[in-house]
Ligand binder design. Sequence first.
Ligand code: ATP
Length: 261
Amino acid sequence: MTDTVIEIRGLQNRFGSHVVHDGLDLDVYRGEILGVVGGSGTGKSVLLRTIAGLNKPSAGSVRLLGTNMQSATEAELDAVSDRIGVMFQDGALFSSLTVLENVEVPLKTIPDLRKETREDLARLKISLSGLPWNAGDKYPAELSGGMRKRAGLARALALDPEIAFLDEPTAGLDPIGAAAFDEVIRDLSRTLGLTVFLVTHDLDTIYAVCDRVAVLAEKRVLVTGSVASMAEVDHPWVREYFLGPRARAARGTIDARPAKG
Ligand SMILES: Nc1ncnc2c1ncn2[C@@H]1O[C@H](COP(=O)(O)OP(=O)(O)OP(=O)(O)O)[C@@H](O)[C@H]1O
């Protein structure tokens, strides 16, 4: 049976008179990597923040890991927030803390966790995110953009989340760095059974890692389906995005990769 970990119904988000989402429905299933795409300003980040409980919608409901985010008590919201990890576009690290200390921040919510154990757990997450062993002792300003993103991922993974929300994880990375990041995301999903809610503009990432895609347009989720099925969708933005020259190039790169045994 499919386990729905995020269930959104009739969602509306408005800022003053600006309606970003209206009547938005979406289901996300356990263990999948869902790519959320859409033109600039269609509300991908607002949607991510709303699901994660960081933005209060003006109408509709979000059920996250079985918790109704609109009617939950503070204690229930805290409990569900411990089961998710969020990686923001810029990594959102504390600049005055080392990478290790940044990753330790969420772990400090665990009562009675010994300092040594907390540090070991943080170092494990740092290495799972593909950072070199000594990166934990560096400050964010000493890292490249790609390494900062990995540090942000390590912090998002600190509490062994069931769902990782990643906002533009490969934006600003060079193609090799982006491909390496794709691999980390895919490995984490496959080995840890992590569900990934992935906001991205990066067609290479979509073709390389996403099990399903949700397209945001016209203030709602216009369509969901496999990446391949997007070629059949008769909507101008979807056609331009998935059938344009960049999509052809991204598809070609994936088709050209040797099959994994
Ligand atoms: N706190 C806020 N107050 C007012 N307007 C906001 C707020 N947050 C987002 N918006 C508006 O909501 C709309 C959607 O923003 P959002 O950042 O979610 O778009 P996006 O699809 O992620 O865009 P991009 O692809 O460019 O990152 C934008 O018009 C933005 O200006």
